[in-house]
Design a protein around this ligand. Structure first.
Ligand code: DX5
Ligand code: ZN
Length: 216
């Protein structure tokens, strides 16, 4: 599978977000947008008005770290497509831990014509999403506890990537948290094909070089 790189704009400068996005856009495959509500995770980032102003031609990967995601999905899809981005270029990821009726939420995401994905935290086993894997366009394995950029990679993510790859040879498996050149290699060997990286890319002096180091 082709390795795709998804820079997390959480580590970009929010005061010049579009300019920062433009510095990485030519070298990456999709844009990872971290939405946090201060309830599901101990941090707050952005809502639909900010998403609406993101300017990119890249596919947009909305990582919803929020409680009751079903209440906000439509608004986020509208925001992500406000600048003319087509719906097939938008994916919405919800957390298993935030969904009482996960299957229903996945169908709701799909009803808006975008790609559906589910994420699990480091403390959540693959077992919790096994029954919905066939409904998903992508799985997001968290390799840190969500909430902040710049944390250390938690290796149990590798076991989960291996487990899902065995079950679903063709499914997109994205990994998020603590990704750098070394951990990227481990994740790809385990079977991940989409790598999210925030601080490693936006904190680098040479962002293009940092991105390329993730593909090796
Ligand atoms: C963490 C977010 C990540 C974060 C990754 O809650 O979901 O996307 O930005 O940051 P790094 O790559 O710095 O670990
Ligand atoms: Zn994320």
């Amino acid at each position: 599978m082709k390795i795709q790189i998804a820079p997390s704009i959480l580590s970009a400068d929010f005061g010049k977000l579009n300019a920062d996005i433009a510095t990485v856009e030519p070298y990456v495959d999709l844009l990872h947008v971290d939405i946090m509500d201060g309830h599901f995770v101990p941090n707050i980032t952005m809502g639909p008005p900010v998403v609406k102003n993101i300017q990119t031609k890249l596919p947009v990967d909305l990582h919803l770290m929020i409680e009751h995601p079903e209440m906000y999905i439509e608004e986020f899809v509208k925001a992500a497509t406000a600048n003319g981005l087509s719906k097939d270029k938008v994916s919405v990821t919800v957390h298993q831990e935030a969904c009482k009726h996960l299957h229903r939420v996945i169908q709701l995401i799909k009803s808006f014509g975008v790609k559906a994905a589910v994420s699990i935290n480091p403390g959540t086993p693959v077992e919790m999403i096994k029954d919905v894997l066939g409904d998903l366009d992508m799985v997001l394995i968290m390799s840190v506890n969500p909430g902040f950029g710049g944390q250390k990679f938690i290796p149990v993510a590798l076991d989960k990537i291996r487990e899902i790859r065995k079950l679903k040879p063709d499914l997109d498996i994205e990994v998020d948290g603590g990704i750098n050149a070394e951990t990227a290699k481990l994740c790809v060997e385990a079977g991940a094909n989409i790598l999210v990286a925030g601080s490693y890319i936006f904190g680098a002096e040479d962002r293009q070089k940092a991105i390329e180091s993730l593909r090796m």
